[in-house]
Design a protein around this ligand. Structure first.
Ligand code: ZN
Length: 60
């Protein structure tokens, strides 16, 4: 038997768009819109999540 590595799945929290840019409404000195990059808190900006091995060998 081969050990199976969990396939990375698209993050259900951000649906594969881990980093969004939020306009703050203020302008920079050169007239551009100021944006903030916000990474998805769930996948930490990777866009994918690996399924955790739930309770594998949890017995102690
Ligand atoms: Zn995410």
């Amino acid at each position: 038997m081969m050990p199976q590595t969990p396939a990375p799945r698209v993050c259900s929290h951000c649906d594969g768009f881990p980093v969004v840019h939020i306009t703050t409404g203020s302008l920079t000195l050169d007239g551009k819109r100021r944006t903030l990059a916000a990474a998805c808190p769930d996948c930490k900006g990777t866009g994918t999540r690996t399924a955790r091995p739930a309770l594998a060998h949890a017995g102690k």
